[in-house]
Design a protein around this ligand. Structure first.
Ligand SMILES: CC(=O)SCCNC(=O)CCNC(=O)[C@H](O)C(C)(C)COP(=O)(O)OP(=O)(O)OC[C@H]1O[C@@H](n2cnc3c(N)ncnc32)[C@H](O)[C@@H]1OP(=O)(O)O
Ligand SMILES: O=CC(=O)O
Ligand SMILES: [Mg+2]
Length: 717
């Protein structure tokens, strides 16, 4: 049972009171009264608007449902568009404008690079993410499938190491080329200190020498005992060549190079949303505590490796001597952004005057901003606070977020637009009105990002009544999704985001398939993105190579000239054509979706793990979070609704796949099997998500997950 303390009109959960009054406020010039009175005012002013906006979502969905039901099999895009305008789903587009955000850090304005996302409730991972600004290319290659074959368990495999060095040499030859030779022929890298600026020359096999083709790419060096680090810059991203002949890898490499370190995750999203399971005051405080530690710079986590425990902490800035002899300091950490929750849920961490839970998004806005007051330039060098706002539906909701942030700034006495907003373009109502959504936050926007996973779940739910959806994996080939990705970039460029804010693309959801990622994620840049999401530090380092291959600024300059993607394509429905799916395909689709749902939900409900790697039917580990759950559950709900499958068939598949998931988790000592009786809360949650899926607000999974997790927690006491 949560205990509360009264603060003015509000009841605050004891753990939140402690966090705010004992951990956050001391050393800030904000009093507890200001915070609690400010929160009460926010709840009073914004709470009712929040409620009205949710009612509007529901009303629009009912209208969509009824229209699609009436027009099944007789879809006319022009009539559809007129209908969407009539109900206010499609709003008129206003005059052209440009975003006017100021004080943005270079990482989100002018630079292009990977964006890492991490569940912030996991301190070990969150620290790793913040430190993933710099990553070892050698480690990323050696440990992943980019180099074919398996990583041997018994120590360093020098054959594999040689392949890593060859790959990295080729990379250097392309992006930091020597005038004539290959980096593979270098015997020694020599900094000529007598030159002004200091110049790099290389001694080559065969007794000749060479220099850089583009000498201006060489920026600095750092000599630390026998270790020389050379710093280069290409496409705005830095990379280090580390030369150390006493290192086992350097000793085997002719040039002594023991690693290439790439500037990798320029930005990291500390996620309070879809990758965490935070259902009550206790959980919310854990999430806020870690964000506070990141902002204060004192977060630590014990990490056990090879029988030893090390304390992981945030990296310091990196120091070098510039080519003109000056001191050069580069950030050691990713620029940290925080993803708040959306407008849907309420939290029991604070109760209002009438004893009702308050909107969770309102609490997140205030508390995550309050924590960020501890950032004294170590994170944002421009004094900004970066909040990513997910799951907004249309311009009214974007305007509401803007007002909410205005009010938080007033409470915390911050200059207007200190709090920046990243808009997740992941709901259909936002996509179709993206330009107007951006206008609503034009003075504080720092990114738009195609959250294609939520967007796919929302597509299914929005047009649920139109007919049975194509298979889940076929969604990627549908007209709407291609138009959505292009439309997002087109609108972003049309409002002047290039060189001023991020245009981002979605998550690589196969954390172990790095070779495949290397082959395809460069396409995000070709599509005009200045950042794209990766699930791990390794993926960040590998994806960073794409930003050397492609010059995003130049690509965006070309793309700005193309015609905008067509709204009609965006509104093409992803329903199955007359050709029906075979029984075998239905069985396969259900098995795959049920396994993903169960594998994710069982850890969410029983262990409070918000993001998991779950093997799919082909044993590929897929990143599952609440957005992928939304897709799978809505997909089955849709097929059930349109009689592509039957209830008993789904029940049977769920039970069969629960046993598979039990088997997959058998080595986890904390795991509670779902079979053979299938009566546990987790299994029931998975069932609910499917069988009650059609009735869930916009197909979201949060209401059912939260209720069931609370039930499981109560049983675990
Ligand atoms: C639709 C959306 O909203 S997408 C956004 C939400 N999704 C995410 O945030 C994805 C975040 N990624 C993750 O949570 C994880 O990578 C998972 C669950 C997909 C896989 O996790 P695991 O199976 O534990 O990963 P794996 O065993 O391969 O690697 C673990 C190591 O990688 C690190 N790691 C993995 N993911 C991350 C990450 N996102 N950030 C930082 N470090 C990470 C861990 O710290 C750990 O290293 P350590 O032992 O030195 O601490
Ligand atoms: O938040 C990201 C998504 O794809 O959804
Ligand atoms: Mg999302």
């Amino acid at each position: 049972m949560t205990s509360y303390e009264r603060r003015g009109a509000l009841q605050i959960a004891q753990e939140l009171c402690c966090l705010v009054e004992q951990d956050i406020l001391p050393s800030l010039s904000v009093s507890a009264d200001v915070v609690w009175q400010g929160l009460a005012d926010l709840v009073e002013r914004c709470g009712p608007i929040n409620k009205t906006l949710l009612a509007r979502r529901e009303d629009l969905q009912l209208r969509l449902d009824s229209w699609h039901k009436d027009h099944r099999g007789a879809f006319d895009p022009d009539v559809y568009m007129r209908f969407l305008c009539d109900i206010g789903y499609l709003v008129p587009e206003g005059a052209d404008f440009s975003i006017a955000t100021t004080n943005l850090d270079a990482e989100v304005s002018i630079l292009a690079g990977p964006q890492l996302v991490v569940p912030v409730d996991n301190a070990r991972y969150a620290l790793n993410a913040a430190n993933a600004r710099w990553g070892s290319l050698f480690d990323a290659l050696y440990g992943s499938d980019v180099i074919a074959g398996k990583v041997a368990s018994g120590g360093y495999d020098s054959d594999r190491g040689a392949q890593v060095i060859a790959w990295a040499t080729d990379f250097l030859d392309q992006y930091i080329p020597l005038a004539e030779a290959s980096h593979g022929d270098v015997l020694e890298y020599i900094v000529d200190e007598t030159a002004e600026p200091a110049a790099l020359t290389v001694a080559l096999k065969g007794g000749t020498s060479d220099r850089l083709r583009y000498p201006e790419g060489f920026r600095a060096r750092c000599q630390d005992g026998g270790r020389l680090t050379l710093l280069f810059c290409h496409h705005g991203l830095h990379l280090e060549l580390v030369i150390d002949r006493s290192h086992p890898v350097g000793a085997e490499n002719l040039s002594g190079v023991c690693d290439v370190i790439l500037e990798s995750a320029l930005t990291a999203i500390m996620d309070c949303e879809d990758s965490v399971a935070a259902v009550d005051a206790e959980d919310k405080v854990r999430v806020y505590q870690n964000w506070l530690g990141l902002m204060k710079g004192d977060l630590t986590a014990d990490v056990q490796k090879g029988g030893k425990t090390i304390e992981r902490r945030l990296n310091r800035d990196r120091l070098y001597q510039g080519v003109c002899g000056e001191d050069l300091r580069l950030p050691g950490r990713s620029l940290m952004l925080v993803r708040n929750v959306g407008h849907l849920m309420t939290t029991d961490a604070v109760l209002d005057e009438k004893g009702n839970e308050i909107p969770e998004g309102i609490l997140d806005a205030l508390i995550t901003s309050l924590c960020a007051l501890h950032d004294r330039g170590a994170n944002s060098r421009t004094g900004s606070i970066y909040i990513v706002k997910p799951k907004m539906h249309g311009p009214e909701e974007a305007a509401f977020t803007n007002d909410l942030f205005d009010q938080v700034e007033d409470i915390l006495n911050l200059p207007r637009h200190t709090i920046k907003v990243g808009v997740m373009d992941e709901e259909r109502h936002t996509t179709v009105n993206l330009k107007e959504c951006i206008r609503a936050v034009k003075d504080r926007i720092f990114f738009i990002n195609t959250g294609f996973l939520d967007r796919t779940g929302d597509e299914i739910h929005s047009v649920m009544e139109a007919g049975p959806m194509v298979r889940k994996n076929a969604m990627k080939g549908e007209a709407w999704i291609d138009a959505y990705e292009r439309w997002n970039v087109d609108i972003g460029l049309s409002v002047g985001m290039q060189g001023r804010a991020q245009i981002g693309k979605g998550m690589w959801a196969m954390p172990d398939e790095m070779a495949q990622m290397m082959a395809s994620k460069g396409d995000h840049l070709l599509a005009g993105a200045s950042c794209a999401w990766v699930p791990s530090p390794t993926a960040a380092t590998l994806h960073a190579t794409h930003y050397h291959t492609h010059d995003v600024a130049a690509l965006q300059k070309q793309l700005i000239r193309r015609p905008r993607a067509a709204l009609q394509d965006l509104l093409t429905l992803p329903i199955m054509s007359e050709t029906t799916v075979s029984d075998a395909e239905i069985a396969e689709e259900l098995a795959n979706n049920c396994q993903g749902i169960l594998g994710y939900v069982v850890r969410w409900i029983d262990q409070g793990v918000g993001c998991s790697k779950v093997p799919d039917i082909d044993h590929r580990g897929l990143m599952e979070d609440r957005a992928t759950l939304r897709i799978s559950s809505q997909h089955i709900a849709n097929w059930l609704h349109h009689d592509i499958c039957t209830g008993p068939q789904v029940e049977k598949t769920l039970r069969r796949m629960a046993l598979v998931v039990d088997q997959q988790n058998k080595t986890d000592p904390l795991y509670q099997p779902m079979g053979p009786d299938f009566t546990g809360v987790a299994f029931q949650a998975a069932r609910d998500l499917i069988f009650k899926g059609r009735d869930q607000p916009n197909g979201y999974t949060e209401p059912l997950l939260h209720a069931r997790r609370r039930e499981a927690k109560a049983q675990q006491i």
